[in-house]
Design a protein around this ligand. Structure first.
Ligand code: DGJ
Length: 745
């Protein structure tokens, strides 16, 4: 890790892991992007900005300044002064003009990385490996009196560049930020592919790959949450890029609200990547002396395909983003009553589930939606966070004590950001809901969003949650959020500030979770948003695990978890075994396969265990033992994607290898059985080629591939280059899990 200012060349060079990022100052004032990729360590690279080429820089060719602006590889593009590609910044002055041009003024290089006020951000660790450095490029628009600081941070142990931007009004008049993205990345790429993650409720984060085309390709959200539909991530990559080869440039947004991620191929074949808060519905009033800071963007370059990119993201998030004390701790194996009972439960039913769960080794009972107010359906009571004693006679503390007396921990569900029209809270404070005055507020799941731009609402929400947590020994909170925002209006913000609501709302969410994790540092917090609508790096900063999707069907989960694990470590992915036929798709899959798929996540149960057959209950016991045995490996190891059934339409496979390569866990799912087929050769990954591994098949039922592998010893090179032969199995949705253990020579 290094950040250098090469004075003679007018270049800033950031070295991060095996990558290099170079910035240049053209014509003494324009901050340009020179290079990002493999290390070149040659200070002559400034010519890559093409300032020696027509249309030339403005000081020697003022008459074509516009052409210069429209082709220059900008580090932070601005709107209205000749660059017609999409920009990062658009400012309206107090007299109504739009236009901004930033000139370089100064720089600062220092050890460490500043926090972002009120927002999640990657951070340095205290050990040497976790240290970091930051470059600040200070630039200014003299006419507006606007100072802009472009911030770049690197870490000793990671090949990433983290960007954020700070704007300060140093003028005498207010200005209006109509668009403030965090970063752009200009590069030459005439041909390539674009990778994004997309889907819907119950189909989150499927991989979407398409050829990069002329013009603009956008993924975005202005739903007030990062969303089920698009994900704040994009990557452009060489056509040949796959898991293990090719070049990949990726950006990921550490933010949970509206976002824009865009790839624009220009008339000259260059590509501009943009990422930041979505400008739609956004306007921020920057008064004299005010500062606005953007959320941060993580930039990753990989010269060895998506697999290496994945490792960089996983290690970064585990080392520099997740703060929870649970990061490396074993997570309790939980059972959640949502799919078991929905709203129809009482203390006795929960205890019945808990007793059976305890018998089988499950460690925590989580009580989901429906324990408060008069909530027996999803029609009401959100906001009225008082225990419903009709359902929980004796109160919450009695239930928690009973569960703890069994030797289990207790967790609880909240949806703190919401209010039901049918609630005491809404009847008392209708102006606390997000809505446009004089319009009938738009309902979704019969609920409204609370206006978290309003400090008293944040306080009310915080106290409602904290009061419950103080009232009983509760170890876990599932923090849910079940609707998207619409009819954006705040009775609290004045007329000029309505464009700030979306962002202020998310700042309110962050403040709540900051307060919560401070007051209850030992609490295991799991974020959730109607399944996985807010599975993003911003939420990961507060909670070490996030509920991945309401779709718990093992086969649907393959695509969802493949896309999610492209960026997020397996230990962050909320995954449960549920009952069959599956409640979302009606599919019946073997209990064993459901277990294998949920093991590529935090693992838990989402079913009425009292209704399982004795054989299934015994499988639960075995799965619990497997989780105890393998969770450390799954949580800490390197993840390899081996095959994707989204691509091959037959089977799915992945593997986790310990950092020291002494153990690995391989999973293979035969999605569809194939007639007249022999065994399938699968090449393992990430092993030590010189080491011999002993195989143990982790097997639960009598179907599948039999004990084909247990006891076999093979060299890592053979498993990786020659491959394993997975026998043809009877039946769809069958699976094989193999543990590999390195033998001492
Ligand atoms: C959506 C969540 O994703 C589910 O797991 C469940 O908690 C429901 N909300 C409860 O309303």
């Amino acid at each position: 890790m290094e950040i250098e200012y090469l004075k003679d060349e007018g270049l800033f060079r950031l070295t991060a892991g095996d990558t290099e990022y170079v910035i240049g100052i053209a014509d003494g004032k324009y901050i340009g992007h020179v290079y990002y990729g493999r290390k070149i360590k040659d200070s002559q690279c400034g010519y890559l900005m093409r300032t020696e080429e027509a249309p030339f820089v403005p000081s020697s060719n003022l008459r074509e300044k516009c052409s210069f602006a429209d082709a220059f590889p900008a580090e932070y593009s601005t709107w209205g002064m000749g660059d017609y590609r999409d920009s990062c910044l658009n400012v309206r002055s107090s007299n109504g003009f739009r236009g901004c041009e930033l000139h370089y003024e100064d720089y600062r290089i220092f050890r460490g990385k500043p926090e972002l006020p009120g927002m999640p951000a990657t951070f340095c660790r205290e050990d040497d490996n976790g240290s970091g450095m930051t470059l600040e490029l200070i630039c200014r628009d003299e006419v507006l009196g606007l100072k802009v600081i472009l911030r770049y941070s690197v870490f000793e142990d990671s090949s990433v560049v983290i960007r954020s931007t700070e704007l300060v009004n140093e003028g005498k008049n207010p200005m209006y930020l109509e668009r403030v993205l965090t970063a752009c990345l200009d590069m030459d790429m005439e041909e390539g592919d674009l990778l994004t993650l997309g889907g819907s409720w119950a189909r989150e984060r499927h991989m979407v790959r398409r050829p990069l085309a002329f013009g603009k390709q956008i993924v975005s959200s202005f739903r007030g949450e990062s969303g089920h539909q698009d994900h704040p991530f994009l990557a452009v990559m060489s056509r040949n890029a796959g898991q293990d080869q090719g070049e990949v440039y990726a950006m990921h947004f550490v933010y949970s609200g509206n976002f824009l991620a865009e790839a624009e191929m220009s008339q000259f074949g260059s590509v501009r990547l943009l990422m930041g808060i979505h400008p739609e519905g956004f306007e921020w009033v920057l008064n004299p002396g005010d500062t606005f800071v953007t959320p941060e963007v993580v930039c990753v370059y990989s010269d060895q395909g998506l697999g290496k990119m994945t490792h960089i993201f996983h290690d970064l998030y585990r080392r520099h983003l997740i703060r929870s004390s649970y990061l490396h701790k074993k997570r309790p194996i939980l059972i959640n009553n949502w799919e078991a009972t929905y709203f129809n439960f009482d203390t006795e039913k929960l205890l019945e589930i808990a007793r059976e769960a305890k018998k089988r080794g499950i460690e925590m009972l989580v009580m989901d939606d429906g324990w408060f107010g008069e909530r027996n359906t999803d029609e009401g009571s959100l906001g009225d966070w008082q225990v419903n004693e009709k359902k929980l006679p004796g109160g919450l503390n009695y239930l928690v004590q009973q569960v703890r007396a069994l030797g289990m921990e207790f967790g609880i569900w909240f949806e703190p950001e919401m209010v039901s029209p049918d609630s005491n809270l809404y009847r008392t404070h209708p102006d606390w809901a997000v809505r446009i005055p004089e319009r009938e507020p738009v309902q979704s799941r019969a609920q409204y969003v609370l206006d978290l731009s309003r400090p008293e609402v944040v306080d009310y929400v915080y106290e409602s949650v904290a009061r419950i947590l103080r009232s009983a020994p509760i170890s876990y909170v599932k923090w849910d959020m079940n609707r998207q925002m619409s009819d954006i209006g705040s009775a609290y913000l004045g007329k000029e500030h309505q464009g700030e609501l979306f962002h202020r709302y998310i700042l309110g969410v962050y403040e709540l979770q900051e307060r919560l994790t401070r007051e209850f540092p030992e609490l295991l917090l799991e974020n959730c948003a109607s399944g996985g609508a807010r599975f993003d790096p911003g939420m990961l900063y507060y909670s070490p695990q996030i509920w991945c999707s309401d779709d718990t069907d093992a086969i649907e989960r393959l695509a969802i978890q493949e896309g999610t694990s492209l960026l997020y470590p397996l230990g962050t992915i909320g995954a449960h075994v549920s009952a069959c036929p599956n409640h979302i798709v009606g599919r019946v899959t073997p209990f064993e396969t459901r277990g294998h798929v949920a093991m590529a996540g935090t693992f838990g149960y989402e079913l009425d265990i009292t209704k399982l057959s004795e054989e299934e209950k015994q499988m639960v016991e075995e799965q619990v033992k497997m989780v105890h045995r393998f969770q450390p490996l799954i949580q800490e190891g390197d993840y390899y994607r081996i095959a994707s059934w989204q691509e091959n339409h037959r089977y799915d496979s992945w593997q986790v290898v310990s950092k020291d390569k002494t153990e690995a866990l391989f999973t293979y799912i035969q999605v569809l059985a194939q007639p007249n087929w022999h065994s399938r050769k699968i090449l393992l990954k990430g092993l030590n080629p010189e080491v011999r591994y002993q195989l143990e098949q982790i097997r639960q039922n009598k179907t599948g591939s039999g004990e084909t592998f247990t006891g076999k010893v093979y060299k890592g090179s053979l498993l990786m280059y020659g491959g394993l032969l997975i026998p043809r199995m009877e039946g769809d949705f069958t699976s094989v899990m193999i543990h590999l253990h390195a033998l001492k020579k």
